[in-house]
Design a protein around this ligand. Structure first.
Ligand SMILES: [Mn+2]
Length: 430
């Protein structure tokens, strides 16, 4: 089932196809001179997929205000429609990451069937114990899995176990746990005791994981707690993951680090110790800004993919990270931002494939710092847009996704079909 008419895509492509073919051929010849096969790169671009966060299809906001967009999805079924559009335009987002209880439904098999009709699968079930839900018996104001009160911890554990059960009906294979637990005042929380309580709660969730599932822990240095958080950094994260066992791994959200932290090196360490579970891609200038992927630091994103492609190249054992976007779109149409972001992440991947690994290793062994650096920079500087566009064309997608999306009038139709609902879910920022 298609959301955007393929005749429209074809008509839009027709006027641009000749130029794309010329650019593709010229790039192919240039790459061939350095022994690169453009067809292999195009196939790699077609194979690359990153999951869309269900909550990202709604307009985000800040603690000051939220300015809703037109035609926002009001439930998970409408979010799925938007995710299908994003996949049809980007040809690289064939999975959705849901958030419970925001996306909870009474009939999960109906949800599964609907997603299948769009050609979408489910990846990375997100639990939510960072806010109180209507009719929830106990509050998470002072924490959840690390709360001082065992009854609150039990409630949070039970929710995570429920998330696994719902995820099983959707055929997902991982649970992502991010908690807001922490403290706002020095002395408020005993660091070690809070971490011990967290580990003890996580042990109970881990014990309920199906054999083919993984649990991914997401760290974050601040917010909602502003003095300390229980899983503050990748150090706490990997300690917890190692304590819990091989099915527990770390998830790297690019925005959840202090400015200037060397994230690519963290990625390398996690790969080395078989603890890289997945990513939440986004970009930021200050803290957890949740800006569009690659909008500010495309070179950092490329350097992360340099580590990921290196692990692929070396056939690193146990290497299969889940790629997901996690962004907040405050001033753009979320569909446009997610299409563009998925393509920007895919772009980093293809550029990282251009690096000549053997040459790079040789420069490293010879301590030739500048040539090693240029091996990376030359790959980054090459415009691989024709490869990405050709990959989409071969999958029946648009050469220019944003132009085709706007020409479809999808947002205007959604605005008519979906009048604003004050009970709508999905404006969360995580
Ligand atoms: Mn995240």
């Amino acid at each position: 089932m298609k959301m955007i008419d393929s005749a429209l895509i074809e008509a839009q492509n027709q006027s641009q196809l000749k130029h794309l073919e010329q650019d593709y051929q010229a790039l192919g010849e240039k790459l061939a001179r350095s022994g690169q096969d453009i067809e292999a790169l195009t196939k790699a671009a077609q194979a690359f997929q990153i999951a869309v966060p269900s909550w990202g299809t709604g307009t985000g906001g800040t603690r000051f205000a939220r300015f809703p967009g037109e035609g926002e999805p009001r439930n998970i079924f409408e979010k799925l429609e938007d995710c299908a559009v994003i996949n049809e335009m980007s040809c690289s987002t064939n999975a959705v990451s849901p958030h419970f209880p925001w996306d909870k439904v009474s009939d999960f098999s109906e949800l599964k069937q609907t997603s299948e009709a769009y050609g979408l699968s489910w990846m990375g079930i997100n639990s939510n114990t960072f806010q109180d839900q209507k009719n929830q018996p106990l509050s998470y104001k002072y924490g959840s899995l690390s709360h001082t009160d065992p009854a609150v911890r039990e409630q949070a554990i039970a929710h995570n176990i429920e998330c696994i059960k719902w995820g099983q009906t959707l055929d997902a294979k991982s649970l992502t746990v991010w908690i807001g637990d922490g403290s706002n005042h020095p002395g408020q929380s005993h660091f070690q005791r809070a971490f011990e309580r967290y580990l003890s709660s996580m042990e109970k969730i881990y014990a309920e994981l199906p054999a083919d599932w993984e649990m991914h822990i997401e760290h974050k240095m601040f917010e909602p707690a502003f003095y300390s958080t229980v899983i503050q950094d990748w150090g706490s994260n990997i300690l917890a993951a190692q304590h819990l066992g091989p099915k527990c791994k770390s998830l790297v959200d690019l925005g959840h680090h202090a400015p200037n932290v060397n994230i690519e090196m963290i990625v390398s360490r996690l790969i080395q110790f078989k603890k890289l579970g997945g990513f939440h891609f986004n970009d930021s200038k200050y803290g957890d800004d949740d800006l569009d992927s690659g909008s500010l630091h495309p070179y950092q994103q490329f350097l992360i993919f340099n580590e990921l492609v290196d692990a692929e190249h070396r056939n690193q054992e146990g290497f299969a990270p889940a790629y997901m976007l996690d962004q907040s779109h405050n001033v753009t149409d979320p569909i446009e931002s997610l299409v563009n972001s998925a393509i920007e992440v895919q772009r980093s991947y293809i550029k990282a494939l251009l690096i000549d690994r053997n040459k790079l290793y040789q420069y490293q062994d010879e301590n030739d710092a500048l040539m090693a650096s240029l091996e990376l920079k030359n790959a980054f500087n090459l415009d691989v847009s024709p490869i990405l566009a050709m990959a989409r064309v071969r999958d029946g997608g648009p050469i220019n996704p944003l132009q085709t999306y706007r020409a479809s009038g999808y947002r205007q139709q959604a605005a008519e079909k979906r009048p604003a609902d004050k009970n709508a879910t999905g404006s969360g920022i995580v």
